[in-house]
Design a protein around this ligand. Structure first.
Ligand code: T4K
Length: 376
């Protein structure tokens, strides 16, 4: 057997690591203040910085994105049925289920791979209270189409913007659409706090409620209001985040160069469709996804995934399988495969290629050479 093309694994992503001394300087501030969590100076500073970066004024920081989603579902009073996408990470439908509501799965758009507003509207019943849509890979949903459906039926809209940090539509921050948007700050995200997340809320009232909910529902030292949870970001996370945020513009530039190289090298390869670039959209640079048409390419996505693995390139099939294939959801009426033909096709085709700032352009070329070499 020949040796793999790469001697060390090339992962789908690597965390952005700021200079250690920049992190240490922030940590020294935490030590001096002797304040480790519960709205310390680092968290306050990061909240302001994130709000500015996202162009979304009403931001609340969390210990992770999943708890932030749960808080959004609770704050917006979603009960009964919530229409969502099957093509996402488990956290999305789980946030609905953990809240006691039922996820109802609607099909996705064949190009953007995000919820199709027409499919959503067809599933609205008197029990529906909201829509939980995902800007998958940072590609924006049809925000106007979904809002129109929501307005027609009096529904709330939550966006899972886990992948969409910094995405804008015609210059407008993605976190300003809908009633609330969740951003994940997990280590695998372009901007991260190791674990962490944020909610960008439509108005200050929702943000105030969210702030209570993530702090056990505490109103003051003697009163508890709503049934809350512990979703607070701590000072170590926030200190790391402030150091990471300083490096985000440079990281994004490097990722854009890598994306441009992938696009240049893979354009026109028969059987390979590149991630869409909707007009007016600034990308988050979170993932670079391709779709493989097994017939035209001569090999299936799964075969390509395995072939890459043999060369030490660890591509990922985000988001395979569909959430509707999970044991906890497959018996729901909306999970029947025949009702989700587009998602069923897309999930067999997608493959995320490595994308992170320290990935060398020569390695991107090598990955493209491997891919084109896999064609039959
Ligand atoms: N909604 C959506 C649409 C999401 O994608 C996510 C999370 C959420 C909601 C929930 O947000 P959080 O509650 O997580 O804030 C990873 C992440 O754990 C997860 O946050 C993320 N989506 C998902 C897409 O990716 P895995 O299981 O694929 O991670 P893992 O450990 O396999 O890491 C992927 C690769 O990254 C590794 O092969 C190597 C590299 N890596 C990873 C870590 C953790 C590193 O080089 N260093 C590291 O420290 O889920």
């Amino acid at each position: 057997m020949s040796s793999p093309r790469f001697s060390e694994p090339i992962y789908v992503t690597r965390p952005l690591l700021p200079p250690l001394d920049a992190v240490q300087a922030r940590l020294a501030e935490v030590w001096t203040a002797r304040w480790l969590t519960n709205d310390g100076a680092q968290t306050v500073a990061l909240t302001e910085a994130i709000a500015g970066h996202l162009g979304a004024p009403h931001v609340s920081l969390f210990n992770n994105g999943t708890i932030a989603l749960l808080a959004a579902v609770r704050a917006l009073g979603l009960t009964g049925e919530v229409i969502t996408t099957p093509f996402t990470f488990p956290a999305t439908p789980h946030a609905v289920s953990w809240s006691g509501a039922t996820p109802v799965f609607a099909d996705i758009d064949p190009v953007t791979m995000t919820l199709d507003p027409v499919a959503v509207e067809a599933l609205v019943t008197p029990r529906t209270t909201g829509i939980l849509a995902v800007h998958v890979y940072g590609i924006p949903c049809d925000v106007r189409g979904l809002q129109t459906v929501a307005d027609r039926h009096g529904l709330k809209v939550i966006y899972d913007a886990a992948h969409a940090f910094g995405t804008t539509i015609d210059g407008v921050g993605i976190g300003t659409f809908g009633d609330a948007s969740m951003f994940s700050f997990h280590a695998t995200k372009l901007f991260h706090t190791a674990e962490g997340g944020a909610l960008a809320c439509r108005d200050p009232e929702t943000r105030a409620l969210v702030d209570q909910l993530k702090n056990f529902g505490i109103l003051n030292q003697e009163e508890v209001g709503p049934v809350g949870i512990n979703g607070k970001m701590n000072e170590l996370q926030a200190a790391l985040g402030l150091a990471v945020l300083d490096c985000v513009p440079e990281e994004l530039r490097k990722r854009q160069a890598i994306i441009a190289r992938y696009r240049e090298r893979l354009a026109g390869v028969s059987g390979v469709t590149l991630m869409p670039e909707p007009s007016g959209v600034r990308s988050s640079g979170q993932y670079f996804v391709i779709r493989i048409d097994a017939q035209a390419f001569g090999r299936s996505r799964d075969e390509v995934h395995e072939a890459f693995k043999r060369e030490n390139v660890m591509t990922r099939k985000y988001f395979f399988p569909l959430c509707t294939d999970y044991a906890c959801y497959r018996d729901l009426p909306s999970a029947a495969p025949g009702r989700l033909p587009v998602a069923g096709r897309v999930v067999q085709e997608v493959l995320c290629l490595p994308l992170y700032g320290t990935l060398a352009l020569d390695d991107v070329d090598a990955i493209c050479d491997l891919l084109t070499g896999f064609r039959r």
